[in-house]
Structures are given as C-alpha cells and as structure tokens.
Design a protein around this ligand. Structure first.
Ligand code: COA
Length: 191
C-alpha cells in the first residue's frame, strides 16, 4: 500500500519512547543491510549490545515509530546536559527504518519528532549529525529539515570493504533572547 495512492487511507505513524519489549524489533532494524551500510553498525551483534543500547539514559532519547502496532523505525537523539559549554547542542545519533517500511514516511516522522524535541522542549539551538557520502536518501531528508553540510571527513568510515568520506551536517536554531524591558511587564520599584 502506498500512502500516495488516493484510493488508500493515509497510514498513521505514531512515535513513542522505546520499551524493553521492543528489543527484538529494534534488533531487526539495526541488523538490516541498509542500516549497516548507513551507520556504524556491524552485520552481526550479540543481543546484549542492542539491550545495552536501548537501556535508559536520561541524556538520550530513544524513539520508535509504530505503524499498525509494529515497530517500523528507530531513532536516537543524544544530548550533553553534563557539559555546560556544549549543552545547547545535540546529535541525531540514529534514524533507521525497518526494511519492510521504507519510503512510507517513517524516517521523516522520527526526524520530525527529534527536531521537535530539540526545538520546543530541550532548548537546543544546534543539532548535528554525521552521514556517509552517497547516503542520498538520508542527506535529502536532513536537508529538508534545514541541516546543512559543515565539513567533509575524508575516509572517515570503513563500509563494506571501502573507506568512505562522511559529512558533518548541522541545523542551527535562533535563540529567542528578548532585549529591553518585557512588554506589558510590571513597573519595578527604583531605589
Ligand atoms: C534514511 C532512512 C532513515 C529514510 O527513511 P524512510 O522511512 O525510508 O524515509 P521516508 O519515507 O520518511 O522519506 C523521507 C525522505 O527520505 C528521502 N527518501 C525516501 N525514500 C527515498 C528514495 N527511494 N530515494 C531518494 N530519497 C528518498 C526523501 O527525501 C523523502 O522525502 P519525500 O517523501 O518528500 O521524497 C532509511 O533509508 C534508512 O533506514 N536508512 C538506513 C539507515 C541510515 O542510513 N540512516 C541515516 C544514518 S546518517
């Protein structure tokens, strides 16, 4: 079914935090071939590596996208609240769609949720990520959300037998810092 087909109802994608029961479904995503190509994952990992990745961490937001009750994608937003001079920033550490659900808006929904968290809840003004050269699907998606390339990292990653360059991409949000007296605010007593 394609959501673009006017005869078909649009699919509902819901986003929530990952739960312990999602480990098997997230493992399926993280071990799929296109995810290994686009990330630092290896083709095989013990389940304990994925369990450790999904463990609670107040500095990391680990989201799943669901379609019809099935886990269709996984995303991670990393923050640095313990680093006072970096805590305005965060990193999209993973956006990955289950092989059975690609091209149906799952990656977009996960990234939208992370950008929303960053902009409207966490007060982050800089979001960054690393993407391998040639991952055109991901790069196009990031550009649509305002990410721009800031640098090329040469032969950064070894993928399927070949060294590949990476791009550092980032998206900046203007901080709303009001100057001058608050409009309509109370008159404060002057000494
Ligand atoms: C990148 C990835 C997350 C995209 O997820 P997806 O669920 O297939 O993407 P969506 O359906 O949400 O589409 C969002 C956008 O991605 C891009 N995209 C999706 N399918 C595409 C395709 N076949 N060709 C080119 N661009 C495509 C488009 O920009 C699309 O926007 P559009 O619908 O307006 O054209 C997915 O391909 C994936 O899991 N890749 C492997 C993991 C990975 O590389 N992650 C990024 C690490 S930096």
């Amino acid at each position: 079914m394609s959501p673009a087909d006017p005869a078909e109802p649009e699919e509902t994608i819901s986003i929530r935090h990952v739960r312990p029961g999602d480990i098997g479904a997230v493992a399926e995503i993280l071990e799929s071939e296109h995810v290994n190509q686009g990330t630092q994952r290896l083709p095989f990992h013990p389940l304990s590596v994925i369990e450790a990745r999904l463990a609670d961490d107040p500095a990391k937001f680990k989201l799943v996208a669901e379609i019809g009750g099935r886990v269709a994608g996984y995303g991670e937003l990393e923050t640095w609240p313990d680093r006072p001079r970096l805590c305005h920033g965060g990193e999209v550490d993973m956006v990955a769609t289950h092989p059975a659900f690609r091209g149906r808006g799952v990656g977009r929904a996960l990234l939208a949720a992370m950008v929303d968290l960053s902009d409207r809840w966490l007060q982050l003004s800089r979001l960054q990520l690393f993407v391998w050269e040639g991952n055109d699907r991901a790069i196009r998606l990031y550009e649509e959300f305002g990410f721009a390339a800031e640098g090329r990292l040469r032969q950064f990653v070894f993928v399927d037998g070949v060294y590949r360059d990476a791009f550092l991409m980032a998206r900046l949000k203007e901080r709303q810092i009001a100057a001058g007296p608050a409009e309509g605010g109370p008159e404060l007593p002057r000494p």
